[in-house]
Design a protein around this ligand. Structure first.
Ligand code: ADP
Length: 402
C-alpha cells in the first residue's frame, strides 16, 4: 500500500511517500514559502540504496492547493516520480498538532473530525488552521485516499487529572479547556516503543523518561507504557529551555513586562517564543554553534548550555520521583541523538539514583538504537532516533488496513 504523510504548516508542506509493504520511503520533499512571491520545492526520490534523485523548483506557489497539486505532479514526474496516477495513493496521514481532550488516538477523518479540529483552533491558533487546510486540499488532490489524522497531543491524554490541571480557578478548565495537553506525543510514543522492543520489555510494562531535544524540547514521564506527565503544557512554551522558547518561567515576569515595560501581549508572546531559550542567553539557537563556542571558552554559550542541561536534570529528578523504578532514559531528536556533551552533562551527578552514563559508549557513534550506560547502571540510557513520519505512516496504516 502506498501511503503519503503530510505535515502542513502556515506556509509549508512537508511530505513523505511510503510503501508500507516493507516500510520503504519512496519519496520525500518540502514545499516552502507558499503565498510569497517566490516559493520553493525540493523533491527527492529514493532507491532501495537510499537517496537517488532530487529535483528543486523555484516558482510562485499561490496557496496550499497549488503546492499539493505540484507535489502530486512531481510524484508522477517522468524523471523523479514514483507513481503513475494519484489514485495509487491509498491513504494520507496528516500530522495535526492539537487534538484537545477529544482525541487520544489516530482517527479516520470525516466531517465530524474536521469540525472538532476546527473547534480546537483557540488552543492552537498557529497550527490547527494550516493542518485543516492540508486535509481539505489532500481530499481534493487525492480523492480516492482515506484521510487519517494523527495528533501531537494524543499520547499524553493518559495523564491523570492531578498532573494535567493547573491550580487556577475551575472555570478556566471547565469553560475554556485550559489544562496541560503536551506536545511531541508522536515522537515520545515512537521512541518509547522502539526502546521497549529493543529492551525486550512489552510496551505496557515499560517505565521510561523520554527526552526530545530538537528546536522544540520536551520530556515525558512514561509509566507502564503510558504518558503520566510531560513538560509542555497548554502550549509548547513551558518546560525545558529550547532553541528560542523560554521554557518554565515565573508567570509574574509577564505582568512585569506588561505593566512596567508597557509591552503588548503580542510583543511578550514573541519575546518568550522566538527570542528566548538558547537564543535569549547566547544570541543563537543552533546547538552545534553553541557547542563550538563552549569549546572555545565563550561565556554566554557556556551559561546557555549549563542552563539547558540543568533544566533537563531537574525534570529527570522530578519524573524519577513520580514514576518510581525506571527501565530507561531515552534521548532523541537533533540534539538528543547527536550531542554527546548534552547527554553527558544532563546525566552527570545522578549516579546515586542509579543513572550511570558510560563516557566511552556515549562518544561512539552508530546507526540505530544505542545503549550508552555503564554496566553497573540500574537504568538503561538509550539514544533512539525518532521518526515522526514513519510513526504517522504506521498509525495510518493500522487504521486503514482494518
Ligand atoms: P526540529 O525540532 O526542527 O525537528 P531537530 O530535531 O532537527 O529539530 O533538531 C535541531 C537541533 O539539533 C538544532 O539545534 C541543531 O543544532 C541540533 N543538532 C543537530 N546536529 C547536532 C550535533 N551533531 N550536535 C549538536 N546539536 C546538533
Amino acid at each position: 500500500m502506498k501511503l503519503l504523510v503530510i505535515n502542513t504548516g502556515s506556509s509549508s508542506i512537508k511530505y513523505k511517500l511510503f510503501d508500507m509493504e516493507g516500510k520503504k520511503v519512496l519519496s520525500a520533499g518540502l514545499v516552502e514559502r507558499i503565498g510569497e512571491e517566490q516559493g520553493h520545492i525540493k523533491h527527492e526520490r529514493f532507491s532501495t540504496e537510499g537517496k537517488a534523485e532530487e529535483k528543486t523548483e523555484t516558482l510562485a506557489i499561490k496557496d496550499h492547493r497549488t503546492g499539493l497539486k505540484r507535489v502530486s505532479a512531481l510524484l508522477q514526474d517522468e524523471q523523479v516520480g514514483v507513481i503513475h496516477n494519484p489514485d495509487e495513493i491509498q491513504a494520507v496521514g496528516h500530522r495535526v498538532v492539537h487534538g484537545g481532550s477529544r482525541f487520544s488516538e489516530a482517527v479516520v477523518i470525516n466531517a465530524e473530525v474536521k469540525e472538532a479540529i476546527q473547534r480546537l483552533i483557540p488552543l492552537a491558533p498557529l497550527h490547527n488552521p494550516p493542518n485543516l487546510e492540508g486535509i481539505a486540499v489532500a481530499e481534493e488532490v487525492f480523492p480516492q485516499a482515506e484521510q487519517v489524522a494523527i495528533f501531537d497531543t494524543a499520547f499524553h491524554q493518559s495523564m491523570p487529572d492531578y498532573a494535567y490541571r493547573y491550580a487556577i480557578p475551575q472555570k478556566y478548565y471547565e469553560e475554556h479547556r485550559i489544562r496541560v495537553y503536551g506536545m511531541h506525543g508522536t515522537s515520545h510514543q515512537f521512541v518509547a516503543h522502539q526502546a521497549a522492543s529493543h529492551l525486550g520489555i512489552p510496551m505496557h510494562k515499560l517505565s521510561a523518561i523520554t527526552i526530545h531535544l530538537g528546536n522544540g524540547c520536551s520530556m515525558t514521564a512514561i509509566k507502564e507504557g503510558k504518558s503520566i506527565d510531560t513538560s509542555m503544557g497548554l502550549s509548547p512554551l513551558p518546560g525545558l529551555m529550547m532553541g528560542t522558547r523560554s521554557g518554565d518561567i515565573d508567570p509574574a515576569i509577564i505582568f512585569y513586562m506588561g505593566t512596567k515595560l508597557n509591552m503588548s501581549i503580542e510583543e511578550i508572546d514573541q519575546e518568550l517564543n522566538k527570542q528566548s531559550g538558547l537564543k535569549g542567553i547566547a544570541g543563537e539557537n543552533d546547538m552545534r554553534a553553541i557547542i563550538a563556542r563552549v569549546e572555545q571558552g565563550d561565556q554566554a554559550a557556556t551559561l546557555a548550555l549549563e542552563m539547558y542541561t540543568y533544566r533537563i536534570k531537574k525534570y529527570l529528578g522530578a519524573y524519577l520521583a513520580v514514576i518510581g523504578p525506571l527501565d530507561a532514559i531515552i534521548f532523541t531528536a537533533g540534539v538528543g541523538e547527536n550531542s554527546t556533551m548534552i547527554r553527558e552533562k544532563s546525566c552527570a551527578g545522578l549516579e546515586h539514583l542509579g543513572i550511570r552514563l558510560n563516557p566511552a559508549k556515549n562518544l561512539q557513534k552508530q546507526k540505530g538504537i544505542q545503549e550508552i550506560q555503564d554496566e553497573e547502571s540500574a537504568v538503561k540510557i538509550l539514544v533512539v532516533p525518532t521518526d515522526e513520519e514513519l510513526s504517522i505512516a504506521e498509525q495510518t496504516y493500522e487504521l486503514v488496513r482494518e
